[in-house]
Design a protein around this ligand. Structure first.
Ligand code: NAD
Length: 642
């Protein structure tokens, strides 16, 4: 049986996505109505959302929080607080903003609501570190503990990857030191191990996709657990060293934690082998200290104090300061031992331990990336390097098996084998994965004054038949007759003449000519030229929705995920005009099927247009029985750059 003491530090926690919406309610729950908002510059968007959530409860703002809570800054914020007669403090930001909030609460006794945007964990501790005359002094008091924490993962999505890594390792450090703390108990042990495995799981996923919501939620949850450990049990050598390096040498908080942690763990490891085993298991590595080092290195995090700007000459003084006052630590602290530890951290040496899979993978990735260094085209080098990094991270983060990779290769092989001059399975794959639309989105976002572009799709065929003004591209196929009357202008609205316009579409059953071998094509394709007024006009038939071909690997993929294969009905256009950028786009039939779930993600609101139902005489006197449709549209082309 284990005898232990556990002190809980009660705070109300609201956790989720979009929880900022509950902020007003939480302030009122504390019986408050006059809020001072603390924020910081890089968080303008988050602050705006907090302002909106607070509405009339907000009476004043202060935006100047600084790292390590200098007392001069606190005094300025205190003046603002008093002037506004605030009765509650709301802080949105990282540990620095939380620190300022705590310093104000300590001086005024006011309640605090914190919205953390990093993983520092300060929001759940009753501890405050303040800097006065360059010296950092830490104190603990129930008045310092925030009353309410609103964790909103939306606020962490903007945290850049390097800060995500260092802040995540800051949380990892709280959890690691809690496990070998003199005050360790089964409650914090559970929280710490849960935090460690969440961090180990989340960070590689965020390196691959910083907007991964589940990984963000895991990491924020871990930060809360780790902060709770920090609040409850005493920390050891690692926190002492970081405190010294931050306070006396001005090193940045989270980065310093990131560099020092593996070395502090390696120092303590011989004294607590059982704890290190549990940490290694939670991390999923054979050895805890080198595992943490490898994790940081694989994420591109800092690994040496030298890179953080610490002069080598400062190391003896740092060792002396860190060893000067005794404090609980599992292994005895000696000046020489700490000096050696700091030297390792300064040089960025990997702590001893078998090379982990992660380390070997990181080295492999770097070797492949280095092999591109000779590429004469820098863009080729960048694209290939980034592709390889993402692919390797993808393989590692998902623990891809040999069978899965073989399947992927087979899938791509079959995709290639399916391609022919009239069937483009790779375009289909790119389209259904949304990559074509992503590339299109980037291209189009650079020309906001012009007609939006849309994906080319797999059915374009070079060299369509020349079509005269007013001609018919349907070759008498059945369908609702469609009269297209389009103008082509530049961005100033001036007509663009002699533009070559290719059009192509499906028939009334949703097939393109190239899918119908019995059809004597090309049909439902044409090449027109704009006249002096920039106009083209032609007859066709109303396009209908259609499934993309389902007899290849892409169809198989859609089946596997239970997604329908339909495209919303549309007409394709491609414009080539001297002095203008090529425009490839599509017009979608307003009211048509699948507008909200087009299987290639190609529909843009601006491209949904009326194919207006008509009856009676046609523009060119053509005899039509029953309904026909009219499409009128003006396309605006972008000038060639330069
Ligand atoms: P920080 O609060 O200084 O933030 C670092 C930078 O990131 C700042 O420029 C900030 O504006 C920016 N930032 C924060 N969130 C962002 C987001 N979501 N998107 C974009 N930018 C964002 O750094 P930190 O590591 O969170 O906190 C460090 C401070 O907290 C130190 O002073 C440390 O001593 C203190 N701390 C105290 C405790 C405690 O229990 N008392 C615990 C941990 C840390």
């Amino acid at each position: 049986m284990r005898t232990f003491v556990y002190t809980s530090h009660p705070a109300r926690v609201v956790f989720g996505a979009g929880t900022v919406g509950r902020l007003g309610e939480e302030v009122e729950r504390l019986g408050c109505s006059r809020v001072l908002l603390l924020s910081s510059g890089p968080l303008a968007a988050a602050s705006a959302r907090v302002r909106q959530a607070l509405g009339g409860l907000l009476v004043a703002e202060f935006g100047g929080a600084a790292m390590h809570t200098p007392v001069e800054v606190t005094q300025r914020a205190l003046d603002v607080l008093k002037e506004a007669a605030a009765d509650c403090i709301v802080a949105v930001g990282g540990g620095s903003t939380t620190g300022l909030s705590k310093a104000l609460a300590l001086r005024t006794g006011l309640p605090q609501v914190i919205l953390p945007t990093t993983y520092a964990g300060s929001e759940v501790t009753p501890v405050l570190g303040e800097t006065r005359d360059g010296r950092k002094v830490t104190r603990s008091s129930p008045d310092i503990l925030p009353e309410t924490v609103v964790y909103d993962i939306d606020f962490t999505l903007t945290l850049p990857l390097p800060l995500t890594v260092t802040s995540g390792v800051n949380a990892l450090a709280h959890a690691v030191e809690a496990l070998y703390s003199a005050d360790a108990n089964p409650i914090t042990d559970g929280q710490a191990l849960d935090a460690i495995s969440r961090i180990a799981r989340a960070l590689p996923r965020l390196a691959a996709d910083p907007a991964d919501q589940e990984a963000r939620a895991d990491l924020l949850h871990a930060a809360w657990l780790a902060g709770t450990c920090l609040a409850t049990v005493g920390m050891g050598l690692h926190h002492k060293l970081c405190h010294t390096l931050g306070g006396s040498f001005g090193l940045p908080h989270a980065e310093t934690h990131t560099v020092v942690l593996p070395h502090a763990m390696a120092y303590n490891a011989p004294a607590v082998p059982g704890v290190m085993r549990r940490i290694a298991d939670a991390l999923g590595v054979p050895d805890a200290p080198s595992g943490v080092y490898d994790l940081v290195a694989s994420l591109g995090g800092p690994t040496s104090l030298r890179d953080l700007g610490m002069p080598e000459s400062a190391l003896p003084r740092a060792a002396e300061l860190a060893a000067s006052t005794p404090y609980p630590n599992p292994r005895e602290l000696t000046r020489e031992g700490i000096a050696e530890l700091l030297a390792g951290a300064w040089h960025g040496r990997r702590p001893e331990g078998p090379p982990s899979t992660q380390a070997r993978l990181a080295r492999l990735t770097e070797r492949v990336v280095a092999s591109f260094e000779q590429a004469s085209d820098p863009r080729v080098r960048t694209l290939l390097s980034d592709l390889v990094r993402h692919l390797h991270t993808f393989v590692a983060a998902n623990d891809v098996t040999e069978d899965e990779w073989q399947y992927a290769i087979d899938f791509l092989t079959r995709t290639g084998q399916m391609c022919s001059p009239t069937r483009q399975e790779f375009v289909l794959l790119s389209d259904t994965l949304g990559v074509s639309s992503a590339v299109d989105l980037l291209t189009n976002s650079r020309t906001p004054d012009t007609t939006p572009s849309a994906v080319l799709g797999p059915f374009y065929v070079e060299g369509p038949p020349e079509t005269a003004h007013g001609g018919d591209i349907s070759a008498g196929l059945p369908g609702v007759p469609l009269w297209v009357d389009a103008r082509v202008t530049d961005t100033a609205g001036e007509p663009v003449k002699d533009a070559v316009v290719d059009v192509w579409q499906s028939n009334a059953d949703g097939f393109y000519d190239v899918q119908l071998p019995e059809l004597d094509g090309p049909v439902l394709r044409g090449r027109l030229r704009t006249d002096a007024e920039g106009r083209i006009a032609f007859w066709s038939i109303l396009p209908s929705e259609y499934p993309i071909p389902g007899d290849g690997p892409v169809g198989q993929m859609l089946d596997a995920i239970g997604r329908h294969p339909y495209r919303a009905p549309h007409l394709h256009f491609m414009f080539d005009a001297p002095g203008h950028r090529r425009l490839i786009t599509q017009l979608f039939v307003s009211g048509g099927a699948y507008m909200d779930s087009d299987t290639v993600f190609g529909v843009k609101d601006e491209l949904i247009v009326d194919f207006a139902p008509q009856a009676g005489p046609t523009p060119d006197g053509r005899q039509v029985d029953g309904e026909w449709r009219r499409l009128e549209y003006t396309f605006r082309l972008a000038p060639l750059a330069g």
